[in-house]
Design a protein around this ligand. Structure first.
Ligand code: DGL
Length: 267
């Protein structure tokens, strides 16, 4: 039997690749009755080392695709796409509810005990005006924020082998300056990183708290959507611009609920 078509109210979610599955997991938990359509732009990942023009063009193309499939709320499950293109998406679709993930500076400021916070994110996120504005909102807080660009890390996580020596070496390399700075709290500012949170934790040490904003994003989506539709069995469809087999393998590894996988048509 072929699966039923997606039905409204449909939540459209996207990322440069598989990282946004960490946000999808939280959405699945907090919005138990809504259909979910996820796009992984894996053929073009990682975004973090691309130009702003490229990221903006891909983001608009994917958002149009999700809306054409019937999405009534968009979740940008990618810090990089948020940093570079969320404002232009909101300008283009002013009435569309858009929830966007961004590095959790605010929760980190609340959590830190010694005032030293680290932020691991892509180069594109850290150089963006949006991120600079987010940082300056905490200017007076007597907090020192240590920025750690992590080029190449999302790309390796995209391959799905958490034990890959090259991946572990990169995590080590990016953790070292943060350790030297004495941070006690580190923001995972890219949705790919929660999938290697254990490896990052091991490199930084047990005393460092990691901050991930997936749950906060899902709570915000639930607030905007209001009460759930009448009970029905929900459907989750994952589409990719890359290999459907690869996405199926990683999603089975990372997600514990049922989903279908397909190639993203025309993207
Ligand atoms: N997962 C994305 C983010 O949250 C993008 C990583 C990348 O494609 O470089 O930033």
């Amino acid at each position: 039997m072929s699966p039923r078509p997606l039905q409204p109210p449909l939540i459209g979610v996207f990322d440069s690749g598989v990282g946004g599955l960490s946000v999808l997991k939280a959405l699945h938990q907090q919005l138990p009755a809504h259909d979910l359509l996820y796009v992984a732009d894996s053929a073009h990942a990682p975004y973090g080392e691309r130009s702003d023009e490229f990221i903006t063009a891909r983001t608009h193309r994917i958002a149009s695709h999700l809306l054409a499939q019937g999405a009534s709320l968009l979740v940008i499950a990618c810090n990089t796409a948020t940093a570079v293109a969320a404002a232009s998406l909101r300008e283009r679709w002013p009435h569309l509810p858009i929830v966007a993930v961004e590095p959790g500076i605010k929760p980190a400021v609340a959590l830190t005990r010694n005032g030293h916070i680290g932020v691991m994110a892509t180069p594109a996120t850290l150089r963006s005006d949006k991120f600079r504005r987010l940082l300056s909102a905490h200017d007076g807080a007597a907090i020192e924020v240590h920025l750690q660009p992590c080029p190449g890390l999302a790309g390796l996580i995209e391959h799905g082998n958490g034990e890959d020596p090259a991946l572990l070496a990169l995590i080590d390399q990016f953790s070292r300056p943060l350790k030297q700075a004495g941070v006690d709290t580190v923001v995972l500012g890219c949705t790919h990183y929660p999938f290697v949170a254990a490896q990052i934790q091991a490199a930084l040490g047990k005393h460092v708290q990691l901050v991930d904003t997936a749950d906060a994003v899902a709570r915000q989506a639930a607030r905007l959507l209001g009460p759930p539709p009448a009970t029905r069995s929900r459907r989750v469809l994952l589409q990719t611009t890359g290999s459907a087999n690869h996405l199926t393998r990683l999603a089975h590894h990372w997600l514990s609920f049922h989903f279908d996988v397909a190639h993203a048509p025309g993207l």
